[in-house]
Design a protein around this ligand. Sequence first.
Ligand code: IMP
Ligand code: MG
Length: 178
Amino acid sequence: MVGWYRDTVETLYGEEQIAARVRELGAAISRDYHDKDLVLLCVLKGSVLFAADLARAIDIPLRLEFLGVQSYGDDIKSSGVVQITLDLTRPIEGEHVLVVEDIVDTGLTLDYILSTLKTRNPASVRVCSLLHKPARMKKQVPIDYLGFTIDDVFVVGYGLDWAQKYRNLPEIGVVKGT
Ligand code: IMP
Ligand code: MG
């Protein structure tokens, strides 16, 4: 693929590297949940590409759910004020929920999601995040399965956006000059 974005985005993790890590995460999740009913909860919009690949790397039955959240702030900073824009289609009471996130930055969004989910009495809630930026963590949130730890840079691609752009890049990168 030529890549319309190659002039503006510097690759951090290429397609092969992402695919290899997703396979490893899928294998670990399959092992850990082989005797449980798993609900894979994709947090929209950022996690959609990751969750689609991860679901195919998980070799046990699962139920796929979506939670739409929007965190207010400017284009690159989250304020921690989170609004649910799309809710689950079924209750999760007594079920084992794995929240799939694109990135944990300050942790504020995930903290809000976890406290909301816990009020619905699931049997367990764990987190699988593709990326983690520990430098900016404000809320300590548990990440049970993690793709990559990154420095304090703003990344795009593979679901992650900058003002809604770049989500469809097949790789993860940094916008040049930012
Ligand atoms: P947090 O609440 O600060 O942890 O941020 C959560 C959300 O901010 C993520 O789900 C992303 O949508 C967005 N975000 C944080 N860092 C980045 C980044 O480097 N690139 C794109 N989106 C980001
Ligand atoms: Mg976002």
